[in-house]
Design a protein around this ligand. Structure first.
Ligand code: FES
Length: 142
């Protein structure tokens, strides 16, 4: 079925705005190819299976409470960090990459555990307490 020119242009504009404002299209796939992981919520704790890190050192958690995903990174055996993917400069969604987290809006860069490496952002990403319990990673969001 052919798409009308007007419809095509409207969709193209929306995709461009999505990339410009949000930096990535998380509903298409995770930012920079980072996969989303399933988790189970119990109160203020998000329980992520350790198996989620079998094929990727980092996963995104869909967390509607904050309006942006949480990025959980495995730094090594038993060492994890969890940060909100909202840039502390002006609120764009940041993109986890192989060695850092980048903001597509004005170029801020963060370490994989959320510390500022390069401005204009001056504050770390929001970090969550994280622990390991058996086969699960526990992210405290309360
Ligand atoms: S919103 Fe991220 S650097 Fe400006």
């Amino acid at each position: 079925m052919a798409v009308e020119r007007r419809t095509f242009l409207k969709r193209a504009r929306n995709v461009s705005l999505g990339v410009a404002v949000g930096g990535c299209l998380p509903w298409v796939s995770g930012c920079a190819g980072v996969p989303y992981a399933d988790f189970r919520r119990s109160g203020n704790v998000l329980r992520v299976p350790r198996a989620a890190f079998a094929t990727s050192p980092g996963v995104l958690l869909n967390f509607p409470d904050e309006g942006m995903p949480i990025y959980v990174h495995r730094h090594g055996e038993g060492r994890y960090s969890a940060v909100l993917t909202r840039c502390t400069h002006q609120g764009c969604q940041v993109d986890p990459d192989q060695d850092r987290i980048r903001c597509p809006c004005h170029g801020s860069e963060y370490s994989l555990d959320g510390r500022v490496l390069q401005g204009p952002a001056e504050r770390s990403l929001t970090r969550y307490a994280i622990s390991v319990e058996g086969d699960e990673i526990l992210v405290e969001v309360g």
